[in-house]
Design a protein around this ligand. Structure first.
Ligand SMILES: NC(=O)c1ccc[n+]([C@@H]2O[C@H](COP(=O)([O-])OP(=O)(O)OC[C@H]3O[C@@H](n4cnc5c(N)ncnc54)[C@H](O)[C@@H]3O)[C@@H](O)[C@H]2O)c1
Length: 439
């Protein structure tokens, strides 16, 4: 099938590459000429495991092309995915101007090219009612026939390729049989093992995406709140987590206490659900509380650092391991490292930061300066520091050489924002260990 993907970011590029890998002819469009120029050379502008191989294979087999020209892509493709960003506005509502611009470009191309029937697919996370909204925008610019389908994406950065190729489910929101048949054909290679394609109405599909992210964010916030209770009573959140996770009704995912959730999805989708419910006069108190708990968890974590230094953190130097909002990505959007480092700097501390892949991205979010230095290795960042603060649980940080760390640090203190280290082991090595909700 011939497929166009408008927006070649974390979602669009993965979707395009995976559709190409399953035999389709894919045109990926982005209005950023630099991004398209590097993609044409097989250079991947983001860090996502497995993606580079997939894209180079598709390029070799001539199944994927990259362009800045929406019209060219729409003329040749029956299915057009919209995968542009929908970031939060300052009031928490989703910013839809990229989506509107993309839809208008697509519709104009349909009109000019007299393309005939097209399926426009909302792959971006969009507010409830967007299927109708996209349909209205498109109708205003073209008289060519089309359907709009809601097909929210559930991939996780860091395992995006795998998630896309083996989705837990595919949600397709449409009342059109013709559009559904095309979508089902496109996704057939990814659901051969019985993982379902769930056909539903578009509003339910749109809400499903927000429901999933808000629910997962709520689980994390619940554990973060509980970690404070554990701290207050001298319990250990890791034991509590294990006790909960082995209950099959609860399950083991998204139960980790730490510095709070971040990334390009949870914070904005939680806010979007809250503001959309409010627009109907509803309050989603549980979700609002999850949002609030996430905000306060960062302050709580900074207070844990301060507690470890009774004379105050002003003038101290902290080594920060991990900047990306989670491991295996270079995505810095809403990374907890940003507010935590800002708070330490505001309190007069200095930081030396290191992340295995997000250093370049991080520079756009965390300004280098006299009180913030980017280090070239994890060990270099430790030299002479008053403590190690772990903010992202990259694998390479999990089992470090503790004797070397002890030698490099000025004060043997470890503040573990992801609870990945073993407090007993660190005690044995002579460190003072602070975790989140750890005994
Ligand atoms: N990142 C994730 O993990 C994830 C997961 C599920 C869903 N989503 C949703 O998918 C959508 C895209 O997210 P993302 O992380 O891929 O965003 P992104 O910012 O990485 O990519 C968006 C791309 O769209 C391009 N773009 C914007 N307007 C355009 C236009 N008119 N024509 C062509 N290109 C245009 C931008 O240049 C950018 O490259 C969002 O709605 C997001 O909420 C993201």
């Amino acid at each position: 099938m011939k497929v166009a993907v408008i927006g070649t970011g974390y979602v669009g590029l993965v979707a395009g590459a995976c559709f190409a890998d399953s035999g389709n002819e894919v045109v990926c469009v982005d209005h950023d000429p630099a991004k398209i120029a590097s993609l044409k050379k097989g250079e991947i502008p983001i860090y996502e495991p497995g993606l580079e191989d997939l894209v180079s294979r598709a390029l070799e087999r001539r199944r994927i092309t990259f362009t800045t020209e929406t019209a060219e892509a729409v003329r040749s493709s029956e299915v057009v995915f919209l995968a542009v960003g929908t970031p939060s506005r300052s009031d928490g509502t989703p910013e839809l101007r990229y989506l509107k611009a993309a839809v208008e470009q697509v519709a104009r191309a349909m009109e000019e090219g007299k393309t005939g029937y097209r399926v426009l697919v909302n792959k971006s996370t969009v507010p409830v009612g967007s299927q109708q909204q996209v349909s209205d925008w498109a109708s205003a610019a073209t008289s060519q026939p089309f359907d709009v389908v809601s097909n929210p994406e559930f991939l996780k950065e860091g395992t995006a390729v795998d998630d896309f190729l083996k989705p837990d489910r595919v949600v397709i929101g449409t009342s059109s049989d013709r559009a559904y048949e095309l979508m089902a054909q496109l996704y057939a290679p990814f659901v051969r093992q019985g993982n379902p394609i769930l056909r539903m109405d578009a509003v339910s599909a749109e809400l499903t995406k927000y429901a999933c992210n808000a629910f997962l964010a709520t689980r994390i916030s619940f554990m973060n709140e509980l970690s404070r209770v554990a701290d207050a009573f001298g319990g250990d959140i890791e034991w509590i987590r294990k006790g909960m996770a082995s209950d099959q009704r609860i399950g083991r995912h998204f139960l980790y206490a730490g510095v709070g959730y971040g990334g390009s999805c949870f914070p904005k989708d939680v806010s979007a659900l809250v503001t959309q419910a409010r627009s109907k006069g509803l309050s989603v108190g549980v979700v609002e509380a999850a949002e609030e708990a996430n905000r306060t968890q960062r302050d709580y974590f900074v207070s844990l650092i301060e507690k470890a230094y009774p004379k105050g953190v002003s003038g101290l130097v902290f080594c920060i391991w991990g900047l990306a909002f989670k491991p295996n990505t270079d995505d810095m959007r809403e990374a907890p490292a940003i507010p935590v480092i800002a708070a330490l700097r505001a309190k007069g501390a200095k930081v030396r930061v290191f992340d295995p892949v997000a250093m370049e991205q991080a520079r756009h979010w965390i300004a280098e300066g006299e009180d913030c230095r980017y280090s070239s290795s994890a060990l270099e960042a430790l030299e002479g520091a008053d403590g190690l603060v772990l903010l992202t649980e990259w694998n390479e940080f999990r089992n470090p050489d503790w004797s070397e760390i002890k030698r490099l640090l000025k004060q043997p203190r470890i503040i573990d924002g992801r609870n990945i280290f073993d407090p007993a082991l660190l005690k044995k090595h002579g460190f003072q260990y602070v975790g989140v909700g750890r005994r």
